[in-house]
Ligand binder design. Structure first.
Ligand SMILES: Cc1cc2nc3c(=O)[nH]c(=O)nc-3n(C[C@H](O)[C@H](O)[C@H](O)COP(=O)(O)OP(=O)(O)OC[C@H]3O[C@@H](n4cnc5c(N)ncnc54)[C@H](O)[C@@H]3O)c2cc1C
Length: 419
């Protein structure tokens, strides 16, 4: 049955959801407080699809790493201390989730979600006229040190045990995989199932196709709250008036916490700020995307451009740019790719985006007990591009009262922090 679906948030999660809902014959309205020419978290990111990422952000060792890096202004992970009860509560919940047991339970689910999403992206690439630069060549986790390679080899063994292929390589074997670039490394782990794409192209391509097929976009329209009656939402109240619908989907990224407040649905999240810089004429253009293990930096070729990005700064809803952390990212690149100089990136605009991070590192995805016509899809942290398509398929299935095929989705319940 065709329904009117109102989607709050036009980031990658909202746009992919709109795409699936439209494919299923629903009438779709997307509401976003930004204009169509926006450049939020879904645009300047590293564009990687990562079946290799079977370990959630909340994992053993993360607290120790955060404390170690606390005092280094160029470090890639940082929690800015501030007097906020939300932050204290989030950190407490994060700490509780940093267990081996949580990783064991989450890993098979994350694997299934990433692999299904990868399939859906491959399909989407054939359906959008100009595609979005999807490359299914794999990802290199580059390590400069023996200790780094040992650590990554353990993660690779974990991925392999779950059926995600991973190969531990020395420097020579790594360079054969991407002979066009010089690398100064000890070795790498190659994840052949990982992919990369251009997020800017993806976002524009979906939007244009949605528009051609009759999707209504309400740009520069802020969602302020909801009118409700008898366990159902009737309208979303916006800065441009009320919008009614049969179903409402919250895809508001890190701001979904605020949307949840009005609905009495607890969606604790902290913003995980990251930066990227894109250059059009790189000294060398790798064919594969890579993650620089010790520096925690992502390097992605996008057409003839190269994007480098990183840091996870838990510092509130604040998109200001910390030059020292950007310097940390840029200075790491020549250490792994000696043909580059940090000055190659000088004068380029620095982009910042806020990842929506739940305390257990898992998305909020599903219906809530409180409202019969509400679905939540947010909290994808550093995996929002990778998981957007599968999340959208799951939402569309829920709206059509079909049971999603992936097991373990109860772990993602938006009610899991209900008080
Ligand atoms: C440096 C960096 C690198 C990254 N690299 C990768 C990667 O390689 N692979 C990967 O999978 N992920 C990556 N990510 C993470 C990914 O970018 C995010 O997970 C993803 O973009 C989140 O998408 P979203 O749609 O949930 O949120 P957003 O993109 O933040 O979209 C939310 C939208 O909701 C709108 N909104 C919010 N509240 C309201 C309201 N009240 N009314 C109206 N509109 C509202 C906002 O304006 C916004 O447009 C990276 C992130 C960063 C910062």
């Amino acid at each position: 049955m065709s329904k009117h679906v109102a989607i709050i948030g036009g980031g990658v999660v909202g746009m992919a959801t709109a795409w699936f809902c439209q494919q299923q014959g629903h009438q779709v309205t997307v509401i976003d407080r930004k204009p169509s020419q926006r450049d939020g978290c879904s645009f300047g990111n590293a564009g990687m699809l990562v079946p290799s990422h079977v370990i959630p952000l909340a994992a053993p060792g993360m607290i120790a790493m955060g404390l170690k890096w606390m005092w280094n202004p160029e470090s890639p992970f940082y929690i800015r201390p501030r007097a906020s009860m939300d932050l204290v509560r989030w950190m407490w919940q994060f700490k509780k989730s940093c267990t081996q047991q949580h990783v064991q339970r989450s890993a098979p689910l994350l694997r299934d979600l990433h692999l299904r999403s990868r399939e859906l992206y491959q399909q989407l690439q054939t359906e959008l006229p100009d595609g979005f630069g999807l490359k299914t060549r794999g990802l290199l986790m580059l390590c400069k040190t023996a200790a780094g390679l040992d650590e990554e080899a353990k993660t690779a063994a974990k991925a392999e045990s779950l059926g995600v292929p991973a190969q531990v390589l020395d420097a020579e074997a790594t360079s054969k995989l991407d002979p066009n670039v010089q690398m100064d490394i000890r070795g790498s782990v190659f994840y052949p199932k990982d992919c990369h794409l251009s997020p800017n192209r993806l976002m524009r391509a979906i939007e244009s196709e949605l528009e051609n097929n009759g999707c209504r976009f309400c740009w520069e329209t802020e969602s302020l709250g909801f009118t409700k009656s008898g366990g159902r939402i009737e309208n979303v109240v916006t800065s441009a008036g009320e919008i009614d619908a049969d179903e409402f989907v919250v895809c508001g990224g890190v701001w979904s916490t605020m949307l949840g407040h009005d609905l009495g649905v607890a969606l604790p999240m902290q913003a995980g700020k990251g930066y990227s810089v894109t250059i059009d004429q790189p000294a060398e253009l790798p064919e594969l995307c890579s993650l620089l293990h010790e520096a925690r930096v992502a390097v992605t070729p996008m057409g003839s451009s190269l994007r480098v990005g990183g840091t996870m700064e838990i510092a509130g809803i604040d998109q200001s740019i910390s030059q020292s952390r950007v310097r940390g990212i840029l200075q790491s690149v020549p250490k792994y790719f000696p043909a580059f100089k940090a000055s190659d990136f000088e004068g380029q605009p620095v982009w910042s985006g806020l990842r929506p991070c739940s305390p257990d590192g898992l998305p909020y995805l599903g219906r809530t007990a409180k409202w019969s016509n509400l679905v939540v899809s947010t909290g994808h942290a550093m995996m929002g591009i990778s998981l957007a398509m599968v999340s959208a398929e799951i939402v569309a299935n829920l709206l059509s009262h079909q049971t999603p095929e992936i097991e373990g989705l109860r772990m993602l319940s938006p009610d899991r922090y209900a008080r």
